[in-house]
Unconditional design. Structure first.
Length: 232
């Protein structure tokens, strides 16, 4: 039954791509009625993200508040753009299937019992999935078509849920802000500002090095492990 459900989902995604790229009127009176998106669900997720943004902005640390706010404003502009875009798949048929998998993952992992993650498929045609930091998780149709079974889809959802559960995005943002305002970084910027040649290239290398360090160190945590990734 799982294999059949996965196959039906792949077919649906392929149909969605076709319609999204080439929308033409039917030539005959008999036309297929495709599943329609639920605009109210997309609106609900949008409002929930706005509430998350408001709560986060209100509790920003006073130190470097301006830098934090600038980063979070950009982050949430991307999140809001997602919920305003029709590329998000919210048809009841597809969403119910996806949420049924999410519920089984949560049931198998007590640590996720209170999660407020919002997991959706998108019509984006490149193979990717992303946890956006506020609980918004998008799985591209371009990734789904390469999956062989439902367990692989469950693994992807688990991976993105773990990013949210471990708060990787906010930890990385904190690390970046701290590095940006550190004495060592400020010293390097001042040095480069006085350099006549090659300053731009060195600055790019400096930023790359520090950002990679921020990402690496922000992920070095040892909270409770989400253990039962696959539940079949």
């Amino acid at each position: 039954m799982c294999f059949i459900s996965m196959l039906r989902l792949k077919v649906f995604v392929l149909f969605i791509f076709f319609i999204y790229v080439y929308q033409a009127k039917a030539q005959s009176s008999e036309s297929y009625s495709f599943w329609k998106d639920d605009a109210s669900l997309r609106r609900k997720y949008y409002v929930e993200s706005l509430e998350k943004k408001k709560a986060l902005i209100e509790t920003l640390p006073r130190q470097y508040a301006k830098d934090y706010k600038a980063i979070y404003q950009h982050q949430f502009s991307e999140i809001e753009a997602l919920w305003k875009d029709t590329r998000v798949v919210t048809s009841p048929e597809v969403n119910s299937y996806l949420q049924s998998i999410v519920k089984r993952i949560v049931a198998a992992n007590p640590d996720l019992k209170t999660t407020d993650a919002r997991v959706v498929f998108t019509r984006d045609d490149w193979p990717n999935a992303v946890s956006m930091g506020d609980g918004s998780i998008a799985i591209n149709g371009g990734l789904v078509v390469f999956l062989n079974n439902e367990a692989e889809l469950a693994f992807i959802i688990c991976h993105e849920l773990s990013h949210y559960y471990l708060d990787h995005t906010n930890k990385q943002i904190k690390k970046v802000v701290e590095l940006y305002n550190s004495e060592a970084f400020t010293k390097e910027v001042k040095r480069l500002s006085k350099q006549e040649y090659g300053a731009g290239k060195e600055f790019d290398e400096l930023m790359k090095k520090w950002l990679l360090e921020a990402v690496a160190t922000a992920g070095k945590t040892k909270p409770k492990r989400i253990s039962r990734l696959l539940f079949f």
